[in-house]
Design a protein around this ligand. Structure first.
Ligand code: NDP
Length: 385
């Protein structure tokens, strides 16, 4: 039988020698590589600041399954809560701090990352305290109440040579990653028409309706998800540097009439409709409110395809997602918070930039401030990130 003809790879002498020397170098390094591979890297130590609902319900449990980091302490106004967390997570009582003793974290080599989970209006103060103690920082969303506060956080982290990231967990969620992939798939995107709705009934007395602590109303807390969704659907996976290229170019907005003026005072909207206009003509129409009915939906439509988050579009579990190619289903569901924190820990280890850095948090505050200006003036406002 005739042997089938196989093309012979062309290797010049120079290439051949180059390969040879590379091969020798690789051989010389091999034992060290193997040692690095076999020794599991030390988990980075994380401290949670503020032991409220999100820390207790999501981040604490996630830190029990993270691979690259673990909980080593807390900052809390309640010593009792701190003691209970120390017992449950197995860290020493000396790693319980309060908001005034945060500077002492500088002396604690167990702590690598400080995760700020306090009300929005306190993020800047706590992030800056962490940076000054020489710790890398994750801030929950929204990054702060204002762009000016974001700038102070970025400056403090730059000065301390530490990294700053925002708790944008959906960048690690496979449904949202699929939307980003489809956005740049010519068989589906670009998505030109987007629509989102995020609302729930806010309990009376919550800090989320306090201008100083929340920075505003549902736009700060929930509308920010619609901004994130629209930027993902418009651009796909953002470039490094905070995804500035994914920002809308202009916004319009209308605040909705208040039905509960006693709960939602000056500077705190009860609901708002806004639209985001992108450079390619894509538009996102969005609604967010702190009243019933609850909503958590997002749809992005292109000339050839679409994706629709019918339920739990921006929450942790239970997403119901359909596309023009059929339903999407990822099983088992991922732990978004664990993936997000593990990625940040890996960024710190490798000295690389987070895909959700402080610059992205600042970008979203620029957009939010433009939305508020548009609602106040009734004008179309240009977005300058
Ligand atoms: P909670 O009100 O449940 O918890 C906030 C915690 O902050 C409190 O329990 C308290 O902790 C501490 N705190 C310090 N100062 C104050 C103060 N003046 N008033 C109230 N609390 C104070 O809020 P959440 O956990 O729901 O939200 C915290 C942050 O996390 C917010 O920025 C929010 O936007 C964000 N978040 C993000 C989510 C996401 O999916 N990425 C989901 C939910 C929230 P202690 O008693 O320990 O001092």
């Amino acid at each position: 039988m005739k042997t089938p003809h196989r093309p012979v790879p062309v290797v010049s002498r120079r290439n051949f020698l180059g390969r040879l020397s590379l091969g020798a170098a690789a051989l010389a390094l091999a034992p060290r590589w193997r040692a690095a591979e076999s020794a599991p890297a030390k988990k980075l130590g994380v401290v949670l600041v503020g032991l409220g609902k999100y820390s207790t319900g999501q981040l604490g449990p996630a830190l029990k399954v993270t691979k690259n980091c673990r909980l080593v302490g807390v900052v809390t106004g309640s010593r009792d809560k701190g003691m209970a967390w120390a017992k449950e997570h197995g860290f020493p009582e000396t790693n319980i701090y309060d908001y005034d003793t945060m500077p002492r974290m500088a002396d604690n080599p167990d702590i690598d990352v400080v995760y700020v989970v306090t009300p929005n209006g306190l993020h800047a103060r706590h992030a800056i305290a962490a940076a000054k103690a020489g710790k890398h920082v994750i801030s929950e969303k929204p990054m702060a109440n204002t762009v000016a506060e974001c700038d102070t956080m970025l400056a403090a982290c730059r000065a301390a040579k530490v990294k700053l990231s925002v708790g944008y967990r959906l960048h690690f969620d496979p449904y949202h990653q699929t939307m980003m992939r489809l956005a740049t798939d010519p068989a589906c995107g670009p998505f030109l028409k987007m629509q989102g709705d995020r609302a729930f009934q806010l309990a009376a007395g919550a800090w989320r309706a306090d201008k100083k602590l929340a920075g505003g109303g549902p736009m700060m807390d929930l509308g920010i998800y619609l901004i994130q969704g629209a930027c993902m659907a418009y651009y796909g996976f953002p470039k490094l540097g905070g995804g500035l290229e994914a920002a809308p170019v202009a916004v319009t907005a209308k605040e909705l009439p208040k039905t509960k003026p006693q709960q939602f005072g000056a500077g705190v909207e009860e609901g708002i409709n806004f639209s985001l206009e992108f450079a390619n003509g894509a538009v996102c129409q969005a609604h967010t409110a702190y009243v019933q009915p609850s909503a958590d939906t997002f749809r992005a439509e292109g000339g050839k395809g679409w994706i629709e988050f019918k339920e739990h579009a921006f929450t942790y579990r239970g997403m119901v997602v359909e596309t023009n190619r059929g339903p999407l289903h990822f099983d088992p569901p991922v732990n978004q918070q664990a993936l997000q924190m593990d990625d940040f820990a890996q960024c710190v280890r490798e000295g690389r930039e987070s895909r959700v850095p402080g610059e992205m948090g600042r970008r979203d505050l620029v957009i939010i401030e433009a939305v508020y200006e548009a609602a106040r003036t009734g004008r179309r406002v240009a977005v300058k990130v």
